[in-house]
Design a binder for this molecule. Structure first.
Ligand code: COA
Length: 182
C-alpha cells in the first residue's frame, strides 16, 4: 500500500540520496554516473527530475532529458526516460508506475510530444509505452541482438507517433557507446 507519499521535483540537496538509490537499485555505479552527467549537461535540458519520498526516506527517482530526431528541422519535442530507480525493498508496490506516470504528466505539460526509453518490456507497457521500432523509430546506436523489445516510446501528443519517425538522438551522456553495448 502506498501511504505517506511525497512526489515532487528533486532539489540539489537530494542528489547524494538519488545517487545512492541508483547504486542500490541497479547494483553498480553506471546509472549514478549517468544521473550526474545528465544533470551537468546543458544539452540534456529540459529535465524532469522527480523524487518519491515515503516519510523522509527517498524511495524512487526518475530523470527525463532532452532528445531530438536526427536530421529533422523543426521536429517534435522529445524526451528520454533514464534512469528510473525504485529502492529494492520497495519494488513491486506501484511506486515505479506512479513515478513514471507523474514524469509523463510533467513532460506533457512542458509540451513534449514523445518519450523514448530502453527498458523492461514487462514493466513500461503498464505505463503506456509501446514498441518504438514498430513505429519507425531507431536508436542512436544499433541495438544488440534481442534488445529490440526494450526500445519503447510513449505518445504524449495525439498523432505524434504516426506523424514522426526516424533516428532518435540524445545528449552525450545517453549516447555513450558503452550504454548501448557497442
Ligand atoms: C523496474 C522498476 C523501476 C519497476 O518499479 P516497481 O515499483 O518495482 O514496479 P511497480 O510496482 O510500479 O509495477 C510492478 C509491475 O511491473 C512489473 N515489473 C516490475 N519490474 C519488472 C521487470 N524488471 N521486468 C518485468 N516486469 C517488471 C511487475 O511484474 C508488476 O506487474 P503486475 O502489476 O502485473 O504484477 C524497479 O523494479 C527497479 O527500480 N528496478 C531496478 C532498476 C531498474 O531496472 N530500473 C528500470 C530500468 S529500465
Amino acid at each position: 500500500m502506498m501511504t505517506d507519499i511525497l512526489l515532487c521535483p528533486a532539489c540539489p540537496a537530494d542528489l547524494p540520496a538519488i545517487l545512492d538509490l541508483n547504486r542500490l537499485a541497479f547494483g553498480g555505479e553506471a546509472e549514478a554516473e549517468l544521473v550526474e552527467a545528465l544533470l551537468a549537461d546543458p544539452a540534456a535540458a529540459p529535465l524532469v527530475n522527480l523524487v518519491l519520498f515515503q516519510g523522509d526516506i527517498l524511495r524512487a527517482h526518475v530523470l527525463l532529458s532532452r532528445g531530438w530526431l536526427d536530421e529533422v528541422a523543426d521536429g517534435p519535442a522529445l524526451s528520454w526516460l533514464a534512469p528510473l530507480a525504485v529502492h529494492p525493498e520497495r519494488q513491486g508496490r506501484g511506486l515505479g508506475q506512479a513515478l513514471t506516470h507523474a514524469a509523463s504528466a510533467m513532460a506533457a505539460e512542458m509540451g513534449q510530444a514523445l518519450i523514448f526509453l530502453m527498458g523492461h518490456p514487462g514493466f513500461y507497457p503498464k505505463c503506456g509505452y509501446v514498441p518504438a521500432g514498430a513505429h519507425g523509430f531507431t536508436t542512436p546506436h544499433p541495438l544488440p541482438d534481442g534488445a529490440q523489445p526494450a526500445w519503447m516510446v510513449r505518445e504524449l501528443q495525439r498523432g505524434a507517433l504516426s506523424h514522426w519517425s526516424g533516428r532518435v538522438r540524445a545528449s552525450e551522456p545517453l549516447e555513450r557507446p558503452e550504454l548501448w553495448g557497442s
